[in-house]
Design a protein around this ligand. Sequence first.
Ligand SMILES: Cc1ncc(COP(=O)(O)O)c(C=O)c1O
Length: 407
Amino acid sequence: MTLEEAQRLDAADPLAFARERFRLPRDLIYLDGNSLGALPVATPDALSRVVRSEWGEDLITSWNKHGWIDAPARIGAKLGPIVGARPHELLIADSTSVCLFKLLAAAVAARPGRTAILTERRNFPTDLYVAQGLVDLKPELSLRTVDRTELAVAIDEDTAVLYLTHTDYCSGERHDMAALNATAHAKGALTIWDLSHSAGAFALDVNGAACDLAVGCGYKYLNGGPGAPAFLFVAEALQDQFRSPLTGWMGHSEPFAFAEDYRPAPGIARFLTGTPSILALAALEAGIMTFDGIAIADIEAKSADLTRLFIDEVEARCVELTLASPRDPARRGSQVSFAHPNGYAIMQTLIARGIIGDFRSPDLIRFGFAPLYNRFEDAWRGADALAGILATREWDQPRFHARQKVT
Ligand SMILES: Cc1ncc(COP(=O)(O)O)c(C=O)c1O
C-alpha cells in the first residue's frame, strides 16, 4: 500500500471527524493510546471550570451544587454503551488495582467453601499481585495459575472465581469471554474480567456475555488522563449480595448520618470507599465524552482495519520481526505486537523519530491503535519508519539501548 492509498482510507473513514476531539501534537504519530490515551480538546476547560469556578467560587457547596457527590455513579453510567452494561451497574472508583482487590475479595466471600482463584500464568502483573496479596490475608484461599489454553478445563467445583484480563497486554489476544463465563457458571464459579485493554478499543457486551464483575483503566482508550480513576462493573443481580472489603464511609448507606456501624449502601454505591478525586473525575468525564454519538460498531470495524493494515505493511517490509498478535481480528484487541531481540532499542529509535509506541519485556514492541483518533496514515507511517530503522540498523547506537524507568 502507498501513503496515498492510506490517506484515501482516512478520507472515507466514518470516524475521521472524531480526531478533532483530541489535541495531538502535529509532528507526532501516537500509537500508544493503549497505555495513555491522548488529551481530549475539552479536558483543559473542564478542569479549569472545576478548579476555578466550582472549587474556587463555590467551595464545599459544590458537593451538592455541582453534583460532585454523585460523580462516580453519574460518570460510570456514561460508560454503559461502551462496555454493554446498564447505567446502574457501573461506578468510577480508585485505581484498577484497588478495584480488582475489592471485587476479588467480594467474590471469594460470595463462594464460601471454594478455595481457588483461577487465573492465567501470564495475566497482567498487578492482577496477579493483588490476588497474591488477598491469599496472604486469607490463607484458606489459593491462587491457581495455568496456561491460557488450559483455563476452560481447569475450572472445577473448587473454583471460586475465574479471574482474567480480557485482552492480553502483551499479545493483544482476546479471550472468548462469553464461552469462559458459561463454563465458569456451569461449575458454579464467578468471573472477574479486567477490561483495561478492551474498554473503548472495540465493541464490548458485558451483559450479553454474562459477566459477573469487571474492572478497567480510565487512562487508556477512555482518555481520562494519567492515573485516571478506574471503573468497576457489578452485574445487577449480584449487587446486593456482595460486600466491599474496603468498607469506607462513601460506601455506607447514609454517609452523612455518621452512624457508628457500617451499613452498605444499596446497589453498586457500596463499592465506593473514600472521597473521590473530583479533579480526576472531571478529566475522566471529558475522556469518556469523546465517545459521544459514536457507534461502537464503527470503533470495532476501524480497530480491525487499522491493525490489519499495520500488520500487512510491517510483515511485507520487516522480515526480521515476528508477529506476536493474533491474525484473526475477532481474536485481537486494538493493538499489535512484534517480537525482536533488540525490541527495546528499536522502540527507542522510533520514539526519537516521533513515532510513539512502547516496549514490553523481554522482546516485544507494542503499538496501540485508538480508533477515535488514529488514522490509517498513522499506521502506514509507523510501519514505514519501522522498515527504515531496521534496514539501516539505526537502532544499534548506545543511546537507544540505555533502559529508562518506564518502558
Ligand atoms: C490489564 C491491566 N490491568 C491493570 C493495569 C494497571 O492498573 P492500575 O491502574 O491500578 O495501575 C494495567 C496497566 O497497564 C493493565 O494493563
